[in-house]
Design a protein around this ligand. Structure first.
Ligand SMILES: *[C@@H]1O[C@H](CO)[C@@H](O)[C@H](O)[C@H]1NC(C)=O
Length: 211
């Protein structure tokens, strides 16, 4: 049967319920709003760890301020390099500048790299972040099970929301670790930079809100 005329008008009670819901959503999440394009900059970028020797990491923030990308060129965990080779880490510190009246948290991390894992082995990539001077650490974790021999790309949500402070800019600390389980009996495993662009890349989605 063909529908004619106006769509049904929501009742006053329905409207009131929708308004209340919208109000509660705002109260809980703050007002979703982003700083203007071009106003978010990285003022400082430092890093340390056996997964990121000097000269092997760089970072950038997208023009629209919605993503921070960190690229590593020597981040390799391997069963061929003794016990130390099984686990590599890097701690990146970003001095992010943004306009007053905003705060952010990181929503997801997308990781791109390459893994070659024999059956019985596994590789784990763990990423966490915290903001200096505030409590709380958010973590995301991904396990790849052997056998696997390919570039990978995956996106994981951070388990808890850790917010920057309002109007106080503090260091953003991005901590990552790649580790291998060689299995029993031990087999060969490697988790490292991707074969196309020779980088291991982490892309963090920045979620802004006004405060
Ligand atoms: C970030 O960089 C600016 C400019 O160099 C500096 O004034 C500020 O103290 C730095 N912030 C932190 C948290 O290191």
């Amino acid at each position: 049967m063909a529908q004619r005329g106006f769509p049904p008008v929501p009742s006053v009670a329905t409207m009131a319920a929708l308004l209340l819901l919208a109000f509660l959503t705002l109260a809980i999440h703050g007002q979703a709003a982003s700083p203007d394009v071009g106003t978010i900059k990285i003022l400082g970028f430092t890093y340390a760890g056996d997964g990121c020797p000097p000269g092997s990491a760089e970072g950038a923030v997208s023009d629209d301020g919605q993503a921070i990308t960190v690229m590593f060129s020597k981040y390799t965990a391997s069963t061929d390099a003794g016990l130390d080779g099984l686990r590599k880490k890097c701690a990146v510190t970003v001095n992010l500048s943004y306009p007053p009246g905003f705060r952010f948290h990181l929503g997801t991390v997308t990781m791109r790299g390459y893994a070659k894992l024999d059956a019985g082995t596994s590789g784990t990539a763990q990423t966490s972040y915290y903001i200096s001077g505030t409590t709380g650490t958010a973590k995301a974790n991904r396990v790849i099970a052997g056998s696997f021999d390919d570039n990978y790309e995956f996106t994981d949500q951070f388990g808890v929301l850790v917010y920057s402070e309002c109007n106080v800019v503090r260091d953003l600390n991005l901590v990552s670790e790649v580790r291998l389980k060689p299995g029993n009996p031990a087999k060969s495993a490697q988790m490292t930079v991707d074969s196309q662009d020779l980088k291991l890349t982490q892309e963090f989605a920045i979620i802004w809100e006004s405060c």
